[in-house]
Design a protein around this ligand. Structure first.
Ligand code: HEC
Ligand code: HEC
Length: 321
């Protein structure tokens, strides 16, 4: 039997699609249909220190866009030197998370903007204070009037910042290019690392386009993470329990995206690890109940590094130890 050319093309497109569709990770792409004026306004607000009690803290104080969308601290500094309750997660690709924050207390980016403003350990202010301060700025008021056809309000501020955050997507990662068929976009070690990531079972929690961010899981399926860590157990350690008050949600967290993990200096909600290899070891022990040989750790690291994409603001990324 001879197959006609169009049929062969159709057949190969079908198999190619099936081949990639079967991977549990998919590429990420910049979101279209964002309003550029709102993005620019949101960006200005993201860097605006008037959004804090002492006019010294902005979103960008903790979420530094040049390095990795977070800072290089175990816990961050909010107003008047106060420490945050958890490590700061990145804002890059946060739009792809099913919920925001470690416990998933915030349903989306819009909802999340409210949290740091009033948190006494972050911006430590109130919305009426922020709006009063910003409203004395004639130029800014005119901008809001033009773009939102209404005065400065909590709703508009949240909307503009959330619009900006939706533009923080890292694209064109070597791994994504490989997923799309560019065979040489990643080297053999990275490919082996990906196979190990799947084979060991990391993929059962870190999956989808954000390689995480799409489900919740307990830390400590094997062994007692918190007992071994030591120190007191804080409310933040209770994770999702603080939202649902269901006993089975104790120590359950949103599985973090691993897209930029190789650019992080600290790991986990408590910032307890400062080395990516150690973070992988902790995962192997407490989530999978096994040890992973050093060589495999290095291969998995190579895979994690290939997940880093590009964004114009990400100019001086620091690399994990
Ligand atoms: C003092 C440091 C600090 C400041 C300032 C700050 N954040 Fe955060 N941010 C954090 C911490 C810590 C978390 C985790 C909070 C939690 O899990 O409860 C977080 C979480 C987030 C998340 C959720 C990410 C995820 O993956 O769940 C987003 C989005 C975010 N912040 C955006 C902002 C915006 C917008 C501002 C300014 C209005 C801001 N942050 C100001 C420290 C900060
Ligand atoms: C059963 C689900 C599950 C499995 C399996 C799992 N993880 Fe995790 N992973 C999590 C959760 C939940 C966290 C957040 C825990 C915390 O912060 O306390 C996490 C955090 C991490 C972090 C730190 C990210 C950050 O931003 O702090 C890395 C790195 C990581 N995992 C890598 C791996 C690797 C590599 C494997 C396989 C060896 C793996 N994980 C297996 C659920 C899982």
């Amino acid at each position: 039997m001879t197959l006609t050319r169009p049929f062969v093309v159709l057949l190969s497109v079908f198999f190619l699609n099936v081949a990639f569709a079967k991977e549990p990770i998919s590429p990420i792409f910049a979101l279209s249909k964002l309003n550029n004026e709102k993005v620019a306004l949101g960006r200005a607000l993201f860097f605006d220190e008037r959004l804090s009690k002492n006019n010294k803290i902005s979103c960008a104080s903790c979420h530094q866009l040049t390095t990795n969308g977070a800072d290089n601290k175990a816990l961050s500094n909010g107003v008047e030197g106060q420490k945050t309750a958890t490590r700061t997660p990145t804002v890059y690709n946060a739009v792809f998370n099913i919920r925001q924050t470690w416990s998933g207390a915030r349903i989306d980016l819009f909802d999340q903007v409210d949290a740091p403003i009033t948190n006494p350990k972050e911006h430590g202010t109130t919305w009426s204070e922020v709006i009063a301060k910003l409203s004395t700025d004639k130029e800014l008021t005119a901008k809001f009037n033009r773009i939102y056809q209404s005065p400065i309000s909590q709703q508009n501020i949240q909307h503009a910042i959330a619009e900006f955050e939706q533009s923080l997507v890292t694209t064109n990662a070597p791994f994504d290019r490989w997923l799309q068929g560019e065979q040489n976009a990643i080297d053999n070690q990275t490919k082996q690392g990906y196979q190990l990531f799947k084979r060991y079972g990391c993929i059962s929690c870190h999956q989808g386009r954000n390689v995480g961010g799409n489900m919740f899981s307990k830390i400590g399926h094997f062994g007692n993470y918190f007992q071994d860590r030591g120190g007191e157990i804080t409310e933040a350690d209770l994770g999702r329990y603080m939202v649902t008050k269901k006993p089975y949600d104790k120590h359950v967290f949103k599985v973090p995206s691993l897209r930029l993990s190789s650019l992080q200096t600290h790991f986990f909600h408590d910032g307890s690890q400062d080395n990516l290899s150690d973070a992988i070891r902790v995962m192997a022990k407490y989530q999978l109940g096994r040890a992973i040989p050093e060589q495999d750790i290095q291969l998995i690291r190579a895979f994690l590094t290939s997940l880093v994409g590009q964004h114009p603001e990400l100019t001086s990324p620091h690399e994990a130890e």
